[in-house]
Design a protein around this ligand. Structure first.
Ligand code: HEC
Ligand SMILES: [Cu+2]
Length: 439
């Protein structure tokens, strides 16, 4: 006899049921991972193994609880006409010790396992690729410190380029800042994401990497992973989604970016140096450069503004005024209201968005700290946004070319930079550029 007063048959039945529960837990735990996306990072197997352990334990507990529920509902069902109360039960010390001790052991083991995985994932790795990440409602922006040696290897004499001041200041530390709306990485290079939010709490999540980390205003949070499974840099369909997994507002569900995992460092460097050439040698025509900047979406304007000419680049935000014919307004109603020229008004609306608020709109547009040259290019492009298609303002294109471009890149015929080296391109354009070998 034991303290629960079980007969040997009952003990045997409990043992059989226990074995069945464990087997059932294993079946649930082993089958469920077939629903998971591919494992594309070194961390993914760690997370999946941990999750599988939890699924096996959880599966057994699920079957136990649901089994008891179904069993009791059938076995202890009230007979017709029986309106009496159930019997009163008092505590059973042995049972209580058992059902406290078992979960306590399980939770302790899971804590130790999770802590171990967490530490492995958070440990700094050698030679991390640092990606500066900004989350904002409702987009992701990535920036890299691209080593100048990449373009110097292509014959660019950085020291003797006539670069705009902001670019000079940027390269003082030997790296050039490269902005991208896609997250570029390459297989087997550890990545560290340094993430900041411009507004509310967001969360970075790449399901195929199994990493997730909140992005919190006023702090830099980090997450580390090592991609292992490359996708096709020329095929946007194969890129891995980056999702926001913290409800951050109306467009939260659309806050998606894509991760390109290059097969090797050479492919990654080719992408990076192409972007660097684009920044060092932008097109000398400010309108063309403005279009390049706005269509690349490296600035989040598209999340708040509509522009019919940029519709195919996702310019469908409705937080701010529609910019489709903003050139006409700039030299018309806005110039009258502010006393500024069209160019000065547009420049002011980018550098000091709150200085003049378009009637009917709140002070919601951020000052993005856009450099003088980029602003001039954007303004030149916005001036062309008119009903007639004729530019509404006169831009001194020669002054722009002299002050904001460094001439032709090495090896380029004439003064034109190579057509395949746009500063920032759309996924489609980029895919085409990368698909052209040797360009
Ligand atoms: C967070 C949303 C948001 C973002 C991002 C944003 N804007 Fe705006 N924008 C607004 C709002 C709201 C207004 C109207 C209030 C005001 O005048 O500041 C506005 C006004 C403007 C105007 C004046 C339009 C007019 O009719 O006079 C221009 C030009 C403009 N934005 C350009 C840009 C450009 C270029 C960018 C990217 C570099 C950008 N905006 C990014 C929200 C945004
Ligand atoms: Cu978000």
């Amino acid at each position: 006899m034991n303290s629960l007063n079980l007969s040997s048959t009952q003990i045997r039945n409990i043992a059989i049921i226990g074995v069945l529960l464990i087997v059932g837990g294993f079946i649930i735990g082993l089958l469920t991972p077939s629903l998971f996306p591919a494992q594309a990072s070194a961390e993914a197997p760690l997370i999946d193994n941990l999750f599988q352990t939890m699924l096996i334990i959880g599966g057994a507990i699920f079957l136990l609880v649901q089994g008891l529920l179904v069993y009791s509902a059938i076995k202890f069902r009230a007979k017709p006409g029986d309106t009496s109360d159930g019997i009163h039960l008092h505590g059973n010390t042995t049972l209580e010790i058992i059902w406290t001790a078992i979960p306590a052991v399980i939770v302790t083991v899971l804590t130790i396992l999770s802590w171990n995985v967490f530490n492995i994932m958070q440990a700094p790795k050698d030679d991390e690729l640092v990606v500066h990440t900004t989350a904002a409602r409702f987009n992701w922006a990535f920036a890299y410190d691209a080593p100048l040696s990449l373009v110097e290897a292509q014959g660019v004499d950085i020291a003797n380029l006539n670069l705009p001041d902001n670019v000079k200041a940027d390269i003082a530390d030997g790296t050039l800042t490269i902005a991208s709306t896609e997250l570029h990485t390459y297989a087997n290079r550890p990545v560290r994401m340094d993430m900041q939010s411009r507004d509310v709490i967001h969360a970075f999540w790449v399901p195929v990497f199994r990493v997730k980390q909140d992005v919190i205003p006023g702090r830099t949070t980090t997450v580390r992973f090592t991609p292992t499974l490359p996708n096709d840099p020329t095929n946007a369909e194969s890129w891995y989604p980056v999702k926001c997994t913290e409800l951050c507002g109306a467009q939260h569900g659309a806050m998606v970016a894509y991760t390109v995992v290059h097969p090797d460092e050479a492919s990654f460097n080719a992408w990076m140096s192409e972007r660097m050439m684009g920044v060092l040698f932008p097109p000398p025509d400010p309108v063309e450069r403005g279009f390049q900047l706005l269509s690349s979406n490296i600035y989040p304007c598209y999340t708040c503004h509509i522009d019919a000419d940029l519709a195919e680049f996702n310019w469908n935000g409705n937080v701010g005024p529609n910019l489709t014919v903003v050139g006409d307004r700039a030299v018309g109603t806005r110039a009258n209201a502010t006393g500024l020229s069209g160019v000065d008004y547009l420049t002011q609306s980018i550098h000091e968005p709150g200085a003049y608020l378009v009637p009917g709109y709140g002070n919601l547009m951020p000052n993005l700290g856009i450099s003088d040259c980029d602003t001039r290019a954007i303004v030149a492009y916005l001036c062309t946004q008119t009903a007639s298609g004729e530019p509404a303002c006169t831009i001194d294109t020669e002054a722009y070319a002299a002050q904001c471009t460094a001439g032709a890149p090495p090896g380029a015929p004439g003064a034109e930079p190579p057509a395949s080296a746009p500063a920032e391109t759309t996924p489609e354009a980029e895919a085409t550029a990368e698909a052209t070998p040797g360009s």
